[in-house]
Design a protein around this ligand. Structure first.
Ligand SMILES: NC(=O)c1ccc[n+]([C@@H]2O[C@H](COP(=O)([O-])OP(=O)(O)OC[C@H]3O[C@@H](n4cnc5c(N)ncnc54)[C@H](O)[C@@H]3O)[C@@H](O)[C@H]2O)c1
Length: 438
């Protein structure tokens, strides 16, 4: 393919050199004349392991060149990758000036072009930027229509400086945010030789994915450092702790606990978190990441209360009471906290939870129920249709029932507020359906 790459920084240089090694003809574009002339001399404008060799080879084989001339680059290629910088502004917001500028210049050159062109944005931008900023600028400057006259894709970059050449050839996955099949298949052609799955998604998911990944990486660093500091203060080998921690790929370093849903609870998580945060304070370690987790959980439960208050319903049916499926354990259940708040605000609450219903009649939990939450226990029923029918709104707090078989037939047009994502696909959900964080 003939490819132009806008922005010869870390991402642009690595992408240009690696794609030229794969046999593509690549022309780099930058406003910085020094970078352009260095690349044309076969020299590497940045320090990056393995890159000088690739750039020299690309130059020698005549597959890699650079220019400051936008029009030349657009006219002589069919695909452009946009890798210009998106720095922070003083207030933390994203500076889109380079993205807007380059899109404007590209659009003007596109005006003169008769044949097809596909623009693949790799710069990190917040969700909606491709749709509401980039495409309007391209359309305005070119006088052409996106998705018809040209295509736009958003393809986030996951390379890490220092190992970026290796990362280019070994990505965990390739994500192509797209609007047309033509754009998606053009973008996919670039990665034909890369042994990684390709995921085709909307622009917004592709844009968000990059932020979620980097935020999580940052969270992991801060988490490990706070744990390390507490360990050091109490004389525990943090390296050994984290080595063992990472050996658990079932619950710790895994997809477990990473699904958006309701708050955590139960007899262990809140208690153990409180004890560790208290211990940190006791040894004078300020650990704001760990210290903010319980507050985040409390706010999440409050979010559900606020939603129900806003709905202005009176009778609420709650499906599930214990802190998770398969247990009657009610200790620190976020649903108990939710229901207590609802009762306090005058809601008429009915609860369906067969596991708790049985436990309140007999079993080890009977005492706890009678002692701690007698006011809630009396509201628990084992009759699901009855709970649904006597409510104005149904809250799903535990996936106790098959939604389509057991719930939907009794719903009518009642709204449903889902805290657990009762089924992965939301197609066919009633019109009054709302998820807590999806
Ligand atoms: N550096 C990384 O490791 C990394 C990894 C993944 C994603 N990203 C994202 O990729 C983007 C680029 O990052 P980078 O580190 O390569 O940036 P960079 O600052 O190193 O390079 C950006 C280049 O764009 C050029 N440029 C600016 N305006 C231009 C224009 N109108 N036309 C042509 N060139 C122009 C600049 O001169 C510069 O050479 C950013 O959005 C960044 O967040 C970076």
């Amino acid at each position: 393919m003939r490819i132009s790459i806008f922005g010869l920084g870390y991402v642009g240089c690595v992408t240009a050199a690696c794609l030229s090694r794969e046999g593509h003809e690549v022309i780099g574009v930058d406003v910085n004349e020094l970078k352009v002339s260095l690349l044309n001399e076969g020299q590497c404008p940045i320090i990056e392991k393995g890159l000088p060799e690739l750039i020299r080879a690309g130059r020698n084989q005549g597959r890699l060149s650079a220019t400051t001339d936008v029009s030349e680059a657009i006219q002589s290629t069919t695909v452009s990758l946009i890798c210009v910088g998106t720095p922070s502004q003083a207030n933390g917001s994203l500076d889109l000036s380079h993205i807007k500028q380059v899109s404007q210049e590209i659009g003007v050159s596109l005006k003169e072009k008769e044949s097809y062109h596909c623009f693949i944005y790799r710069s990190t931008v917040l969700p909606q930027t491709t749709r509401t900023v980039i495409i309007p600028v391209l359309e305005e400057a070119s006088g052409k229509q996106a998705h018809i006259d040209f295509d736009v894709c958003f393809n986030p970059e996951f390379l890490r400086e220092g190992t970026s050449v290796h990362d280019f050839y070994h990505p965990p996955l390739t994500i192509i945010g797209h609007q047309t099949a033509r754009g998606a298949s053009t973008a996919a052609e670039l990665y034909e030789s890369i042994p990684a799955p390709i995921e085709y998604v909307s622009y917004e998911i592709a844009e968000m994915m990059k932020y979620v990944s980097n935020t999580f990486h940052a969270l992991k660093v801060a988490f490990a450092n706070e744990i390390g500091t507490i360990c050091k203060a109490i004389g525990v080998d943090s390296y050994e702790v984290m080595r063992l921690f990472c050996m658990d790929t079932k619950l710790n370093v895994s997809p477990a606990y990473l699904k958006p849903g309701f708050g955590f609870g139960g007899s262990c998580l809140p208690k153990d978190l409180r004890a560790l945060v208290y211990k940190a304070r006791d040894v004078d370690v300020y650990a704001p990441v760990l210290g903010s987790i319980l507050e985040s959980n409390r706010l999440h439960i409050q979010r559900a209360v606020d939603y129900l208050v806003r709905k202005r319903v009176k009778k609420v049916g709650v499906l599930g009471l214990s802190f998770k499926e398969g247990t009657d354990d009610l200790r620190e259940s976020p649903t108990v906290v939710l229901i207590e708040q609802l009762i306090g605000k005058g809601f008429d609450v009915r609860i369906y939870d067969p596991e708790v219903y049985l436990a309140k009649l007999h079993g080890a939990n009977k005492d706890y129920i009678q002692r701690e939450i007698p006011h809630i226990a009396t509201l628990v029923s084992d009759n699901l249709p009855d709970v649904i029918q006597s409510s104005d709104l149904l809250v799903v707090a535990k996936a106790l029932a098959d939604f389509d078989r057991d719930v939907k037939p009794f719903l009518g047009d009642k709204p449903v507020y889902d805290l657990v994502r009762i089924r992965p696909q939301l197609t066919g959900m009633p019109s009054g359906y709302e998820g807590i964080c999806w």
